[in-house]
Design a protein around this ligand. Structure first.
Ligand SMILES: *Cc1c(COP(=O)(O)O)cnc(C)c1O
Length: 358
């Protein structure tokens, strides 16, 4: 098999080591003679998997004791609705509108409560992260999207919210860098960008917010249910949780988040340097200060050249460089499992392409 470099935005690249380990023990997990996919979620063997995944998540991220960790389903998109359903009915919340994902979260929140858009970057096509906010004093929470996967902008620092809890959609940059839980009330992420295959959503929620959730909701859409039952009210996405545990072990073996963050910084610098050093042939679309280290968005001199670039890159083994269908252009996603070598190879290819396609 020829070497391929996977730059898809999601579902996305997973560490080869993780997939090989999963392959090796796919038919016989722990020597029990059965696959992890075909055993009870109440069995001792699976219990060790889900508890192990949670412990590693807590250690790697530095999750404080007073937070619950939950493995849910329905993607990050279900969280857009579950958050306001649980916390906002008849109340107010602040949302920062930084792009396509923030917008979807806002749309759902409006179904349940009063939404104040505290800042928006829509005026410049979501190419930057706002720096001034019109926060409401009595908001239940402030919602932000730490990394806009489509627009390629990322919060370098989270906003000061005067003890109003921050709720953060971290779908595309969770576990890519260290985070400070100081102002955080909840973070959530679909698994398929940085922590595993599609099918699980990681939710980490402060217990006082769990307590504050509305009563009388349908059981499966209530955070109280999942926090109380430790994600085992019903059958959890067992196989995905198993892979998440392997990915956490992989992160651990790469120096934890400090090690991962260092490599991610080098990868992003390598690609942005290539873009900035191309004499304007490649142009980054995000404001310099807010450039995402996970999703690098850029354009070529024309749409025809972009199409040619994406096709030739694919032939050369660089897969998934097409920008999101809503914005066009090119996007290279540099999630944790992408190696520095892969990014360097891509920049070599870009240089060659630019020279040959003036
Ligand atoms: C991919 C993505 C989502 C949507 O996730 P689903 O799991 O497909 O619902 C939401 N927010 C961000 C920032 C994303 O990157």
């Amino acid at each position: 098999m020829a070497k391929k470099y996977n730059f898809f935005a999601g579902p996305a690249i997973l560490p080869q080591e993780v997939m090989k380990k999963a392959q090796a023990e796919l038919l016989d997990f722990n020597g029990i003679g059965l696959s992890i996919m075909e055993i009870s979620h109440r069995s001792k063997d699976f219990e060790a998997v889900i508890n192990g995944a949670e412990t590693k998540i807590r250690t790697l991220l530095g999750v404080p004791e007073n937070f619950s960790v939950m493995f849910l389903q329905g993607g990050a998109s279900l969280q857009f609705g579950m958050i306001p359903m649980n916390l906002l009915i008849g109340k107010k919340a602040d949302y920062v509108n930084t792009g396509a994902w923030a917008k979807k979260a806002i749309k759902e929140a409006k179904l349940f409560g009063m939404v104040n858009v505290a800042a928006s970057s829509e005026d410049k096509n979501f190419s930057y992260i706002p720096e001034t906010f019109n926060f409401t004093a009595d908001a239940q929470y402030v919602h932000i999207t730490s990394n806009e996967t489509i627009g390629g902008v990322q919060w370098m620092n989270f906003p000061e919210t005067n003890s109003v809890p921050l709720i953060i959609d971290m779908s595309s940059d969770i576990f890519s860098r260290k985070i400070d839980f100081k102002n955080i009330g909840m973070i959530y992420a679909g698994a398929q960008k940085n922590i595993g295959p599609a099918g699980a959503t990681l939710v980490i929620m402060r217990n006082d917010l769990v307590e504050a959730c509305a009563d009388g909701l349908t059981t499966m859409l209530s955070y109280k249910t999942h926090a109380k039952e430790k994600s085992m009210y019903n059958t959890p996405p067992c196989f995905i949780i198993y892979i998440i545990k392997l990915v956490m072990e992989w992160i651990e073996s790469h120096g934890g988040l400090a090690g991962i963050e260092k490599i991610n910084n080098e990868k992003a610098k390598t690609l942005y340097d290539a873009i900035d050093g191309s004499n304007g042939y490649f142009k980054g679309t995000a404001a310099l200060k807010d450039r995402s280290k996970m999703n690098v968005t850029f354009r070529l001199p024309s749409e025809e050249l972009e199409e040619k670039f994406i096709n030739e890159a694919k032939k050369a083994g660089f897969i998934g460089l097409k920008g999101h269908r809503s914005v066009g252009g090119c996007r290279a996603s540099l999630y944790n499992a992408m190696s520095l070598e892969g990014v360097s190879e891509l920049t070599q290819f870009m240089k060659k392409f630019a020279a040959e396609n003036k």
